[in-house]
Design a protein around this ligand. Structure first.
Ligand SMILES: [Zn+2]
Ligand SMILES: [Zn+2]
Length: 286
C-alpha cells in the first residue's frame, strides 16, 4: 500500500531544499492525499504551496514547526491549520528567526572587542545550512588558535556569564503551544522520543492545551511508535506523523511520504480544527 499522508515537511522557507511549489509537485507525483508544510519558525512557504495545490486534489495543511529551548536541549512544537497571516504571529516568528543570527553577530562583536576577531563568512560556512550557533563560533575560535579546545571556548568565553556570551530571545515549549493556540492552530509535540525528560515536560504542555503528539516519525521503530500511541491514548491526544522531509538524504533519510502515517491522523486534525472554530463562534457570540 502506498502512503497517503505526510504531516511534517520542510521547504526553502526554512532549511528544506525544495521550493513549496516543487514539494507540492513531488507530493502529487507520489500520490499523496494530504501533506502539511511545517517550516522552522516560518510560514513563508504556505501561500505558494496552497496556490500550487489548488484544484489538484492534494490537501495542503498550513503548518509550522516552532523551535523552543529547555535547559538541556531543544523541543519542537508543530502547529497545524494556524491562521498564519496574523501580524502578531508574524512579529514573533520574525523575532525568533533573527534572534540566532543577531546573537551570533553579537558574540563576534564581543570577541573582536576582546582582541579575537573572526570572519563572519567563516563562521557561517562552518554552520553550513543550519543556523549559526555557539558551537560554530567555538570551532572558528579553535581554527584561529584563540583557544586550544572547543571546551575552552565555552568555558572561557561563550558560556553563560562568559565575556563573549549573548542572551537571545527564545520561547519555552509552553509559550509555543500558547502561540499556536492564540492563532487558532493545533499544537502537536514533534519527535517526542528526542526529548530528554519528556515525563516532566508533558503535564505542563497538556495544561497549556497541547492537542497532539507525533508518533509515526521518520526512523521511529514499531515499538517506539506504539509506546507513543499508548501515551497519546492515555492523555487524549491526537496521534500524527511525518517524514520530516528536507529534500536532502543527509538531513532526512526518509523520502517524502516515506513512512506510514494513518489517514485518520489528518482527519482528526481536521475535526479538531472544526471544534476550534465552533468554540470561537460561541465565544464571539457571548
Ligand atoms: Zn524538529
Ligand atoms: Zn522538522
Amino acid at each position: 500500500m502506498t502512503n497517503e499522508v505526510d504531516l511534517h515537511t520542510h521547504t526553502t522557507a526554512s532549511d528544506g531544499v525544495l521550493s513549496p511549489c516543487q514539494l507540492v509537485r513531488l507530493a502529487l507525483q507520489k500520490g499523496l492525499k494530504v501533506i502539511a508544510i511545517t517550516d522552522h519558525d516560518s510560514t513563508e512557504g504556505l501561500d505558494e504551496a496552497l496556490e500550487a495545490a489548488r484544484g489538484t486534489g492534494l490537501q495542503v495543511i498550513p503548518g509550522i514547526e516552532v523551535g523552543t529551548d529547555i535547559p538541556r536541549g531543544e523541543v519542537h512544537v508543530l502547529g497545524y491549520f494556524l491562521e498564519y497571516h496574523r501580524a502578531g504571529l508574524q512579529d514573533v516568528l520574525s523575532t525568533l528567526r533573527h534572534s540566532r543570527l543577531d546573537r551570533a553577530k553579537g558574540m563576534l562583536q564581543k570577541l573582536r572587542d576582546l582582541g579575537m576577531p573572526l570572519e563572519w563568512e567563516r563562521v557561517a560556512a562552518i554552520a553550513g545550512r543550519g543556523s549559526v550557533g555557539r558551537p560554530h563560533v567555538a570551532q572558528a575560535m579553535l581554527e584561529k588558535g584563540y583557544v586550544t579546545s572547543l571546551r575552552d571556548a565555552f568555558d572561557l568565553y561563550l558560556g553563560r556569564n562568559g565575556p563573549a556570551y549573548v542572551e537571545r530571545f527564545k520561547l519555552s515549549p509552553v509559550e509555543a503551544v500558547q502561540l499556536i493556540l492564540q492563532n487558532q492552530g493545533i499544537p502537536v509535540l514533534a519527535h517526542p522520543a528526542d526529548i530528554e525528560n519528556l515525563e516532566a515536560l508533558l503535564p505542563e504542555l497538556l495544561a497549556a492545551g497541547l492537542a497532539g503528539v507525533e508518533a509515526f516519525y521518520n526512523g521511529y521503530g514499531a515499538e517506539l511508535v506504539q509506546s507513543i500511541v499508548n501515551l497519546a491514548i492515555k492523555d487524549g491526544l491526537i496521534v500524527t506523523g511525518g517524514s520530516d522531509f528536507h529534500g536532502l538524504p543527509t538531513m532526512s533519510p526518509t523520502d517524502l511520504g516515506g513512512n506510514f502515517v494513518p489517514i485518520k491522523a489528518a482527519r482528526r486534525l481536521q475535526e479538531y480544527k472544526l471544534k476550534l472554530e465552533a468554540n470561537r463562534m460561541v465565544q464571539e457570540r457571548h
